[in-house]
Design a protein around this ligand. Structure first.
Ligand code: FEO
Length: 172
């Protein structure tokens, strides 16, 4: 059974994952409108993954005798000054999510809720991967600079990155 404070903290995380999904959906739309098909498809996949993160939390809260809360969400940005800027925002956002997961882990230990602590380990591992992927992408973008041909190749290759990371992610 979840304590009220753990339930509230998990519900806050449900909201964060839902907002993450909307944030990446908005990025996918922006890239699609700009004709960046590969980047757009990558962002649509990221958005789906965040929804899966949210659903996994919802199921956990409900299974542990809590009540998952579906809340109002903050609207994401709808336009970005460049695709580089957009990926910087993605990394920034993932760092924010990691901090939030760390805080949750901290609370679960404080309350000696080892079931929740164990459940959260999946998110800890996922955040390491997501931050690493965002950093790898940003390194590639820095190499491209203003080279249009480089952007063309990047947009093509990022689809491959999505396929690879999807193949590595076990269905949760
Ligand atoms: Fe679910 Fe990318 O944080």
């Amino acid at each position: 059974m979840l304590s009220k404070s753990i339930e509230a903290a998990l519900n806050q995380q449900i909201r964060i994952e839902a907002e993450s999904s909307q944030t990446y959906l908005s990025m996918a739309v922006w890239a699609e409108v700009k004709g960046l098909e590969g980047i757009s498809s990558f962002m649509y996949d990221q958005s789906d993954e965040e929804r899966m993160h949210m659903l996994k939390l919802i199921k956990f809260v409900n299974e542990r005798g809590g009540h998952a809360h579906i809340s109002e969400l903050n609207a994401p940005n709808v336009s970005f000054k460049s695709f580089k800027f957009m990926f910087e925002k993605l990394l920034e956002h993932e760092i924010f999510v990691s901090e939030s997961i760390n805080e949750l882990v901290h609370i679960s230990l404080q309350e000696k809720d080892y079931a929740t602590h164990n459940f959260l380990q999946w998110y800890v591992a996922e955040q390491i991967e997501e931050e690493a992927m965002a950093r790898t992408i940003l390194d590639k973008i820095k190499m491209i600079g203003d080279d249009k041909g480089g952007l063309y190749l990047f947009d093509r290759d990022i689809q491959q990155l999505t396929v690879n990371s999807a193949a590595e992610t076990p269905s949760a």
